[in-house]
Design a protein around this ligand. Structure first.
Ligand code: NAP
Length: 420
């Protein structure tokens, strides 16, 4: 049986980062295999609702490394192959027809889009966006003047709606919350996004989840839970994802927060197995030791880089990278967000241009927990410093509400420990 020092299971950015960091940054000579279920070498997914979807950027730009990188760096990459089980005792993974042995296994199995039930006659008009193939199918119809029904007001929903409007299609966007991206950004920044989408012609239906689809003469119908119905031409379902923890569950690793429980260095309950990316529920020092799961590309990449350093040594210590994400709405808003938590009160920093936004999220004690910024790079930089500081300072709410006061100078004297 062939044996590798490191086997990585996954085809996303986290998997690509493990191999890339081991070979390029650390000069590791360990034997490495990357096993990707999709018929592609590892790739990143943000472009799938934006530039790649709109045909502005080729898929090759989304690859973590080009296909020829793997043989050139003596990394075995298996595409279109699925690991069906893990034997922890024998330290082997089983694929269709063969097994491979590992010393260290890294699970980076990502997540699967949730779907909504609908009648079979509209199957080919219902789309999720998670893979190159999904985006290619949607691209065929983008800009053809049709009416899209978008279910879910999160990242996929908002980004797709903006792309479709850029291409001149009609969009109705339905979601259960009061405003778009509410879960990720909070209501203040979320409503700014909703207003921007509406101003660009998106028909926003807030407070209206969709639990089922129907058909009307072959066209899909959104059955909104406010009682209304919307006949559309095609449907994009963006109602969140389910972390793919099947392998971890099969080999009885501890699970938590919908993912795989790990320590602050992504080691699972088996010291020979790491879990990273969307599936990792790691004990985060930045979050007071709480287990967190983050579904964003920069965090997943950072997980992969960190695990490579843990594997190669010397031990880099716990993972302390501040969760960051961006979201691009068409060519008219680039939203950035850093956080160590969510909830609390969103304080909009007044006085910026109409096209810019800065919202500071503070908890009950007045400590900063998150910052959303559009065209406000100084606030974002200051928020990074504040959120990674220990202790984290308590903010002065009045000063915080004025963008003319630099964020660093909007702190009061009291401090709050991060616990990390
Ligand atoms: P998401 O951002 O988690 O948003 C899902 C949205 O769907 C939420 O607003 C959710 O509301 C809503 N929803 C749930 N059930 C619904 C229903 N029956 N009817 C209508 N709305 C419903 O997930 P996503 O947009 O599907 O994105 C999928 C994944 O890709 C996520 O992991 C996301 O982080 C990632 N992604 C990230 C980016 C980025 O970082 N820029 C871009 C694209 C995708 P509740 O909150 O009330 O459940």
């Amino acid at each position: 049986m062939k044996r590798f020092d490191v086997i990585v299971v996954g085809g996303g950015v986290a998997a690509g980062a493990v191999a890339g960091t081991l070979r390029e940054e650390l000069g590791s000579d360990r034997s490495i295999a990357v096993i990707c279920g999709e018929p592609h070498v590892p790739y990143t997914r943000p472009g799938l609702t934006k530039q790649i979807l709109r045909g502005e950027r080729p898929e090759t730009r989304a690859l973590a490394h080009p296909p020829e990188w793997y043989p050139r760096h003596d990394v075995t990459v298996l595409t279109g192959e699925t690991v069906v089980d893990v034997d922890r005792l024998g330290r082997t993974v089983r694929l269709a027809g063969r097994s491979l042995a590992y010393d260290t296994l890294v699970l980076a199995t990502g997540a699967e889009p949730r779907r909504i039930p609908g009648p079979p006659q509209i199957d080919d008009r219902m789309h999720v966006i998670r893979s190159f193939e999904d985006a290619a199918e949607v691209r065929e119809h983008l800009g053809t003047g049709i009416r899209w029904g978008v279910v879910g007001g999160g990242f996929i929903g908002a980004e797709f709606a903006a792309s479709a409007r850029m291409r001149g299609d009609d969009v109705v966007l339905a979601f259960p919350e009061e405003t778009t991206m509410e879960r990720a950004l909070g209501p203040v920044a979320g409503s700014w996004v909703a207003r921007r989408l509406a101003a660009r012609g998106v028909d926003i239906r807030s407070g209206a989840g969709v639990t089922e689809l129907a058909a009307d003469g072959g066209r899909p119908v959104l059955l909104l839970d406010d009682g209304s119905r919307e006949v559309v031409d095609r449907v994009i379902v963006g109602i969140g994802v389910t972390p793919q923890t099947g392998l971890a569950a099969q080999c009885r690793l501890d699970l938590a927060e919908g993912g795989v429980a790990t320590d602050a260095s992504f080691r699972t309950s088996d010291p020979h197995i790491f879990a990273i990316g969307d599936i990792a529920a790691w004990a985060s020092p930045l979050h007071g030791g709480r287990r967190v799961r983050v579904e964003h590309v920069d965090t997943a990449r950072a997980h992969g880089e960190h695990v490579a350093r843990v594997i190669e040594g010397p031990d880099p210590g716990p993972f302390r990278e501040l969760p960051y994400f961006f979201s691009g709405l068409g060519d008219w808003a680039f939203i950035e967000h850093v956080s160590v938590g969510s909830g609390g009160e969103g304080v909009r920093r007044e006085g910026l241009d109409d096209d810019a936004l800065s919202v500071a999220q503070i908890d009950d004690s007045g400590a900063l927990v998150a910052m959303t910024a559009v065209g406000a790079p100084d606030d974002l930089d200051a928020a990074r410093r504040i959120l990674t500081g220990d202790p984290r300072p308590v903010m002065n709410r009045d000063r915080l509400a004025t963008s003319s006061v630099p964020l660093d100078e909007a702190v009061s004297q009291h401090t709050t420990p991060t616990g990390g």
